[in-house]
Every structure is written in structure tokens, then in C-alpha cells.
Design a protein around this ligand. Sequence first.
Ligand code: SF4
Length: 333
Amino acid sequence: MQYDLTTLKQAVPMLLAWFREHKRDLPWRHDRTFYTALVAELMLQQTRVEAVKEKYVAFLEKFPTEKELALASEDEVMKAWEGLGYYTRARNLKKAAETLFAEGTPRTWVGVNALAGVGNYTAGALCSIALGLKEPAVDGNVLRILTRFFADESVADDAAKKKYTELLRAVYPDETADFCEGLMELGAIVCLPNGTPLCETCPWRTLCRAHLRGEETSYPVRAEKKERRVEHLNVYVLKCGDRYALKKREKGLLKGLWEFPNEAAPQPAAGIRGNLLAQKSATHVFTHVEWHMDGFLIETKTRDPAYTWATAEEIEASFAIPSAFKAFKAWLE
Ligand code: SF4
């Protein structure tokens, strides 16, 4: 598809004006330093804004600069982080503070990205917000907005993040902090992830292709679900007189239901002796797994006590056998 940079360029001042007027008053938007921005960004990873708000203020009261955090004990840091979860972030934040304290604030994307706990997105955010560098930050929220803006039908994956990082870089304004935060804010309060976005309040509603086509919720296009795992099974319908062998599934998929003895193919039919009366194959598709089964109807001379033996009528009346085995159940008479 065509990415119309002229339209994106036009969209930049619209977003800046909207953000200045509508931005939420959040504690990390006051008296910002590189360190406080770092604390906020790490806290906000995987945690709701509301939960971060209180913790952020208390955390900075205890550790107002990188120096206090660098010199604190790990126990003190963990205590101050309590309630936010994902404690690896707290350890990373302390490590990053030690680096800042020892080496000073980095001045490049590479230097920021090298800090503990800082990935590509956070590096872009810190560069834009705290260092005035034109380094875009594209996460799932920004990707959602931009795929809608362009009605982009390609899959919104890591390659798309890279592509949009470059597109944003081409139009990045001097107001790097407001632009970066403006995109985040738009994703947080207008171009919402679930349900219908609030397009009527969006500064981009006259430009956004998805909105103009009324297809906002068609984007972003998700990657196809992971392919199902295929499992091969040998299924044995053992017949002795008028009774058939059953066993109860003890674990995993279909646990607690009855089934014909089976084993992962291509193992040999261990311990099963008798006359092969019939053979057929069947496939059953579950959400995440496909069973490809080879079934064998075998007449045995003795009833192995490891199994429960029941007549076709009893099975029909009292034993729940998953439909995965339907093809082999048809042998019962
Ligand atoms: S117009 Fe709607 S879909 Fe388009 S960017 Fe704005 S909120 Fe998102």
C-alpha cells in the first residue's frame, strides 16, 4: 500500500494542538528529568496508568534522583515497588539508576537503549520525551493508530513497527516530547483498542482512512493464529466377546473422559495381541491441536484388567467418549 507522507505530515500539527489542549494531568508530566521519565516509563510497562499514579509519587519521594535509587538497598527498592508487580522492572530500574549515577545521562538512542530494562519502544519514548531527540516510539498502541490512519491491511507485527518507526522519523517535529506523548495519549483515550474508537473526538478524523471508510475496527490486522500442533495417534478398539476396552484419560486434553486405548504413533502396539479385524484413519481438529489417528479394531482372547470392559449398549448409555473417537466408535456393535 501507499503511505502518504504528505497526509501524515499534515496530521502532526493537528495532534500537537489536540494534545496540548486535552492531555491528562499525570504526575510524571511535571518537573520531568531523564530519571523521572525513566521511572515512569518502566512503571507504565504492563501496568495501568491509575495504578502507577500513586506509586510513582511515593517512589520519587523516597528516591528523588538516580543517586538515592543507586545507593538504596534492593529490599528498599522492592518495598517501594510493592503492588506494581513484575519485579524485574524494579531491579532493572535500580541497575539503570546505578548506570546514570556512575556515567551520567546518555545522550543517544544507543546509550539509552543500553540501560537495563529499556527496549526499543522505551528508548524511543525516553529520547523523545526527555532528550528532545527525534526517535519515534512505536508500541502496540501507536501501531493501532497508524494502521487505522493508513487503513493498512498488512499484518501489524514487528516488521510493521519498524516500518512505522521510519515513517514517523520522516515527519517527526521539533516538539518531540509532545508528539511522542500525543500519540500515546491518542491511543489511550481516543483511538481505543477494544470496541469502537472515539473518532468524533479525534484530531485525525478528517484524514484517517479507516474512519473515512467506516472501517476503524478492521485494523490493525492481526497475524494469523499460530498453526495447530499435529499429533499422531494409534487408537486400538479392543474387542473381547461382546465387550470393548476403555480407559479414563488421566490428564491433559479431554481429562476425565473415557477413550479407547491409544498411544502416540509411531510407537508399536505395545502388549496388544489379537486379530486385526479392521483398520481406518480419522482426523479430529481441536482449537490448538489436530489429532491424526490410525485406528485398529482388534479381537483379543483375554480381557486385560488394566482396562474397563463394557458392551456397546453400556458404552452408549454410561460412558462419555469424546467425539474425537467417533469414527472408531462406529465399529461398536
Ligand atoms: S479517526 Fe478514529 S480510527 Fe482514526 S485515528 Fe482517530 S480515533 Fe483512530
